[in-house]
Design a protein around this ligand. Structure first.
Ligand code: G16
Ligand code: MG
Length: 219
């Protein structure tokens, strides 16, 4: 029996992916990497430093950046990103997700956050959602990021539930791998070709309801 939900944040609850994209695009221009949609997609769910490394690897001068240069580039990106997320309001919650979170809460499901983002507490506060979650996994305490299962394993521990009693919600392929590895039911939101390993698939957030989930699980 499902008793809780572990939520990814970016791309599931809020459309912050476009802000990450905007800020990383600027970094890519600065280091001479051509910005493409594929590159943007591959950064979803990946930690800040791993994202930067991917951007550098897509350019011709990956070797010419020292650790110090990388720290500076990542800090600059994060400051630009934080300026963008400070403009977030509850209106920026993705379609249907406030209703879903409220109904899950009303029906006694427990909820936690499994986001790779160190900015998750700030984003939840901006969106007015902090009170709904029993805990947020701190990504700074992880040994390995998504696709490693660790973050979703921890998100179930926060809920005090067995993994099989938890549904993990994700918009990235790295995140679906993490949920599956943690032994939970994976719910993918987005293109079912990109998220082909998800147990359940929903094309968009507005379709995620308790009723639709129950229907898909009994099919
Ligand atoms: C998110 C985004 C990633 C981002 C990561 C780290 O993960 O999808 O693109 O690089 O967080 O974010 P920050 O730089 O704010 O620490 P998730 O897991 O919420 O999708
Ligand atoms: Mg995401």
């Amino acid at each position: 029996d499902i008793k809780g939900f572990a939520f990814d944040l970016d791309g599931v609850i809020a459309d912050t992916a476009r802000f990450h994209g905007q800020a990383w695009h600027q970094t890519a221009d600065e280091v001479g990497t051509t910005w493409t949609e594929e590159l943007a997609e591959s950064l979803k769910g990946i930690s800040r430093m791993d994202s930067l490394q991917l951007i550098l690897d897509h350019g011709d001068h990956a070797d010419s950046f020292s650790e110090k240069d990388k720290e500076l580039l990542a800090t600059k990106k994060n400051l630009n990103y934080q300026k963008l997320i400070e403009t977030l309001t509850p209106e920026d919650i993705l379609p249907g997700m406030l209703e879903f979170i409220r109904s899950a809460d009303d029906n006694g499901y427990k909820m936690s956050i499994a986001s790779a983002s160190k900015n998750a507490p700030l984003i939840l506060k901006q969106l007015g959602l902090t009170e709904y979650f029993v805990g947020i996994v701190d990504p700074a305490t992880l040994h390995a990021g998504k696709p490693d299962p660790e973050i979703f394993v921890r998100a179930a521990e926060v809920l005090g539930l067995a993994p099989t009693a938890v549904i993990g919600l994700e918009d990235s392929s790295a995140g679906i791998d993490s949920i599956n590895g943690a032994g939970q039911v994976s719910l993918g939101i987005g293109d079912d070709k990109v998220l082909s390993k998800a147990t359940l698939n929903f094309k968009q957030t507005s379709l995620v309801t308790l009723e639709n989930i129950k229907n898909k699980m009994t099919n």
